[in-house]
Design a protein around this ligand. Sequence first.
Ligand SMILES: Cc1ncc(COP(=O)(O)O)c(C=O)c1O
Length: 380
Amino acid sequence: MGVYETLFRFASATHAYMGDAGTHPWAQGFPLTTPVPGGPPLPDSIAIGAADRMYPKADGQVPLREAIARYYRDHYGARVTAENVAVFAGGRPAIFAILAFLLEDWTVAVEETEYTPYFDLLKVLRRPHVLIQSNGTNRFRPSLDEHPPGECWFLLKSNPCNPTGVTMAGEDLRKLVAAYSAPGRGALIDEAYEFFGDPEPVSALSYVDDIDRTNLFVVGAATKGLQVPGMRVGWVVAAKAHIELFRNYSSFAMGGVSRASQLYVTGLLEPARVKQARSAIAAFYTGQRRRYGEALRGLGFELFTGDGGFYHWARLPKGLSGDAFNERLFAHKAAILPGRLCDMARRGDQGPLGGMIRFSFGPLSPESFEQDVAILARCV
Ligand SMILES: Cc1ncc(COP(=O)(O)O)c(C=O)c1O
């Protein structure tokens, strides 16, 4: 249940919903939904006509699919068209569909420390998987050498990684893409936090030569970088043959995605606007990452955070567990995500991630910093 487990515990301890006014939602993975400094405005309305009240297309409205393909061409030189894009109701439904349709004799390889829902998805879909070591021993930075050799491996990886923020970029990312583009291999590269990079956003699509000859699935979403988690729009960029499969899936299981949401997100991807959004988000959150990092380090946390995302991934001081720390934070209407919920083997507080926390600065405005640090200081 991941984050929801923490939300329910928080609600019963504080009688408030995390994210409500007066709470400190450090467990939650949403961004600010108001413009960041230097960022473009977020529209308050969209015009809807009779055609927009009709059923949506199964794989997404053409203008949105074209806007997404163009975005990857403009910023990463990707050789993709609208036919390489399928639209989903958020990033998670896209991830679910990819894993649900994976051939039975393929095994998933997933890092030991990853995005909490991956655990639930692999379990519900009864998907055999192996873990790639990602813990304090390698500072949560597994190299390609630590991946399983051979064929029929399907990599499931968030990049930047949630919870660690560790981001594979440059030559390392090029090699990863090459390794999983080989015949008999495939990968889901989940780029939900693409914009939140230091010094700049990265995408695996920079390194894909001909996506139609691969089993690579790059997942993006309007949820984080475009600051609209409530719109529920995500997408997959993949070979045309795979996109066709999603079209069938959507027609019998999802029914497409709200046209209103698609219209809204198409507007957010207007080329000049999205260019501004990318650099403003990267700059603002890099600043937030730095100052919360310094504060946490000053309080005795051991930081393992990478250069991306909007989380700090840290070991608590004094041998505290994430759950014990939350009990203290609840008194201040605050909570973090206990590290054990990012353990893909769910070994609990006694496992290697029992003393780790994920601290989210995604939803925090610049003004809350002093109060946040004061609460953290009282609780350690
Ligand atoms: C790693 C990762 N992937 C995908 C998502 C997609 O989220 P959504 O389904 O809200 O678009 C999230 C959101 O928390 C995430 O952290």
